[in-house]
Design a protein around this ligand. Structure first.
Ligand SMILES: [Zn+2]
Length: 337
């Protein structure tokens, strides 16, 4: 494994709480010997589980970023048993720009694993996470949401694991997180290039993700539910000592998200008129919406259909849609046992 070029003033082996930066080297017209700051916090208290919390893998997904900024400020060393590492703005240039991908290299961090220590800034960050931060972790929580272009039914997400015992543990995490919906997928939409792909390569790292709303904004209720859920998860795996403020959680509906081939995509460029809402139950072949033509308003709109039915998990947020844009995806009721 090649050595990362990223360095830090933080010693991740050291006991106690420390905050600072991963320094991603960059040499540009504006900054010949510079580095890009990726904020990191390490809170270590004796032996115990090692947990990595990540947000800002996509810069326009705000909920997780706010959650982790708040945790960095509120958690004290005595609150922790083991080691908590927090990256609240993993693809920091994308976070700073408020964009899904980095403005420096168009890098989508969750499509960049295993990364490259000699690659672009996004590739270097991916490599550091997979090669340096993930090994030895018991759990990684990767906080995503719909971002600017999608809105999700707020959900915790797992990848359907290969072994029965792994699957049981993952389903427990969905239930402990306690959002009304938890869903499993065959694989991340990023496949092997996603953080879940990295977890599979490293091995024995449980991976819990989320899709917390989106639409380019933050919902107070969703944020609060996700903060309570994350506290329950951290207590459940033993890295957070205190029992969470909201120890009770409701029942979680378990769904299995259909494969990307079965998502509903726009078949034309135009204005997207949805026919259903998030959380609605839809049937195979049901009409999903229409695409209207602003430049040919006399032209008959195109109707798009759900290929397979289920519960509507996600919808495109902006009305302007182009051929190939994802308009909806659905989850089918799932009984894992
Ligand atoms: Zn994301």
């Amino acid at each position: 494994m090649q050595t990362s070029r990223i360095w830090s003033e933080l010693d991740l082996q050291k006991e106690g709480k420390a905050t600072g930066y991963l320094r991603v080297p960059i040499s540009t017209n504006a900054s010949a010997y510079g580095w890009i700051p990726v904020p990191i916090a390490s809170i270590k208290n004796g032996s115990g589980p090692r947990v990595l919390l990540i947000a800002g893998s996509h810069g326009d997904e705000w909920e997780g970023q706010i959650m982790l900024i708040k945790l960095i400020q509120s958690l004290k060393v005595r609150d922790i048993n083991g080691h908590l590492i927090i990256l609240p703005a993993a693809n920091a240039p994308a976070v700073q720009a408020g964009q899904r991908v980095s403005p420096l290299d168009d890098g989508n961090l969750n499509r960049s694993f295993p990364g490259d220590p000699n690659g672009t800034p996004t590739m270097m960050i991916a490599h550091f996470i997979e090669a340096v931060l993930l090994p030895g972790c018991d759990l990684v929580c990767d906080l995503h949401s719909g971002g600017s272009s999608l809105e999700y039914l707020p959900s915790a997400v797992i990848i359907a694991a290969t072994s029965a015992s792994q699957l049981r543990q993952s389903v427990d995490l969905l239930r402990v997180f306690g959002l009304p919906v938890g869903f499993a997928t065959d694989a991340s939409t990023g496949g092997d290039r996603s953080l879940t792909g990295a977890c599979n390569r490293v091995g024995s790292v449980a991976c819990l993700s989320t899709e917390l709303g989106g639409g380019g904004t933050v919902s107070r209720n969703v944020l609060r539910a996700a903060e309570d859920g994350l506290a329950r998860i951290l207590h459940h795996v033993g890295v957070l000592n205190a029992a969470p403020k909201e120890p009770h959680f409701g029942s979680t509906q378990l769904l299995y998200r259909v494969r990307p081939n079965d998502f509903v995509y726009s078949s034309a460029n135009g204005l997207f008129e949805p026919f259903v809402n998030l959380g609605d139950s839809v049937t195979d072949g049901q009409e999903a919406g229409r695409i209207h033509f602003t430049e040919e308003p006399w032209r008959k709109p195109v109707t798009v259909h759900f290929g397979v039915g289920g519960i509507v998990l996600c919808r495109r947020f902006p009305a302007r849609a182009a051929l190939g844009d994802c308009l909806f995806n659905v989850g089918k009721t799932w009984t894992p046992e």
